[in-house]
Design a protein around this ligand. Structure first.
Ligand SMILES: Cc1cc2nc3c(=O)[nH]c(=O)nc-3n(C[C@H](O)[C@H](O)[C@H](O)COP(=O)(O)OP(=O)(O)OC[C@H]3O[C@@H](n4cnc5c(N)ncnc54)[C@H](O)[C@@H]3O)c2cc1C
Length: 409
């Protein structure tokens, strides 16, 4: 059944050069890059914290920015964000930064450039750097729709928050929602992955008040688990709630199982649930179909429009160049994506959905938006890619063909 809502007139809350939808790693990096390149930038986040899955989802492993053979491949905001929690807590990256000169291949493979951090140090640090760069942040504000003009260009985003319904005017939009919500509103072609199995990374407490991260996941690609653990579609509201409720059960079961063992050994319960994620733990939901979609065939392949370089978090060796064409929308001229909803598919989506790659695509998307603005270009596809690459390199990104084409191991 459907009903038609009455038309209504709503307030315009503000006007920005760039609106970034969502404050996960993709959105934060995009907002930071856009603002640092001179654009009046606003980041709109539906929750009360920055970092998305990487903070609210307690997924606190900043996966490697190296190829697993001792070569750092990702540079720029991706490294800046990795180092951010070190400013607010005594965490240290995995040993690779101080690797001994004579490290063996096996030692290099075991110590990749990655960091395990505490969620608040990341989200509070992100807020600081964004405010320092001049980004306006609106929390607790859900983007529910967009308004387009006759050319198909987005002129406004529609929001719901404590003040009710309203709009923000904008020239460029970065979709960093993780779920490609704005691509959906813009009626862009999207792919939906219905692969998500149960996950509930959570913190538990023991009787000595010691906090411990419990990365509980049912392995998403283990087909023999298929019947016991159904797959969830993270773009369907009923399934999102069901996933959350079942993931909470997973936390309780984990605690019960550990206590059963503790009672056998000590006669006492020792473990208690402390914190559960405040967002659903979906790995891949919906992503844009951009002019170029990355696949496994892109491994070690240089692209002339490369805007970042990333490795495979799962194994040492594979390196990819991220093409600019995998980011922007095909039909909506001023819409670009950042984070896990960029155009990658199959196994490569699994490689590209993780925190470092989200930061890399975010920096590229935000920089592209600011450059379009500076050059009075209305369409992301019309941006001079060489100028974008030069600006990224100027900001510390390395776009080195050899890093992508060299095969080690
Ligand atoms: C169980 C699990 C384990 C993982 N393990 C790791 C790991 O160990 N290391 C790693 O690097 N990666 C890991 N990942 C992947 C990684 O955490 C995410 O893919 C990555 O953080 C996604 O970043 P993002 O910015 O694209 O999206 P998200 O983190 O999803 O952020 C999107 C943000 O947008 C906001 N938002 C969404 N819709 C709207 C809207 N309509 N209006 C306003 N705001 C909106 C959300 O509240 C959120 O803050 C894991 C993921 C899962 C689910």
């Amino acid at each position: 059944m459907t009903i038609t809502l009455p038309e209504r007139t709503v307030p315009q809350h503000g006007e920005y050069d760039v609106i970034v939808a969502g404050g996960g790693f993709g959105g934060v990096a995009a907002a930071l890059a856009a603002a640092r390149n001179g654009a009046k930038t606003c980041l709109i986040e539906k929750s009360a914290t920055l970092g998305g899955l990487g903070t609210a989802g307690f997924v606190v492993i900043y996966l490697p920015i190296c190829d697993g053979f001792g070569h750092q491949v990702s540079f720029g905001i991706v490294e800046e964000l990795l180092r951010l929690p070190m400013k607010y807590s005594p965490v240290k990256p995995n040993g690779a930064w101080d690797k001994p000169q004579d490290a063996t291949i096996e030692e290099l493979k075991a110590h990749r450039y990655e960091l395990i951090y505490h969620p608040a140090t990341m989200s509070l640090g992100m807020e600081r750097v964004l405010l320092d760069a001049g980004v306006t942040i609106f929390y607790d504000t859900l983007i529910t729709d967009i308004v387009k003009d006759a050319t198909g260009t987005i002129t406004h985003v529609v929001v719901e928050n404590k003040s009710g319904c309203g709009v923000f005017a904008t020239k460029f939009v970065v979709d960093g929602t993780g779920d490609a919500d704005l691509c959906k509103y813009a009626e862009e072609e999207c792919e939906i992955a219905k692969l998500n199995k149960l996950a509930a990374w959570h913190y538990s407490l023991d009787v000595d008040n010691k906090i411990e991260l419990r990365p509980q996941s049912v392995h998403p690609y283990n087909s023999k688990d298929h019947v016991a653990h159904p797959c969830y579609d993270g773009t369907d509201f009923r399934q999102v709630s069901e996933h959350l409720i079942r993931s909470h059960e997973l936390v309780l079961n984990d605690t019960n199982l550990r206590n059963k063992k503790a009672i056998e050994e000590t006669g006492k319960e020792r473990f208690f649930p402390a914190f559960v994620p405040s967002m659903a733990s979906f790995r891949m939901t919906r992503r844009i179909v951009a002019p170029y979609t990355m696949t496994e065939a892109d491994m070690h392949v240089w692209h002339d429009d490369a805007v970042g370089i990333f490795s495979d978090w799962r194994k040492s060796g594979p390196v990819y160049a991220l093409p600019y064409r995998a980011l922007y929308a095909q039909r909506t001229p001023n819409l670009i994506t950042a984070g896990r909803c960029i155009s990658t598919t199959g196994d490569t989506w699994d490689v590209a959905r993780v925190i470092p790659v989200c930061s890399i695509s975010g920096e590229a998307a935000g920089t592209a938006a600011a450059l379009c603005l500076q050059n009075n270009i209305q369409c992301f596809a019309d941006l001079n890619v060489a100028a974008l690459q030069a600006q990224l390199v100027n900001a510390g990104v390395k776009l080195d063909k050899a890093l992508v084409e060299n095969i080690y191991g």
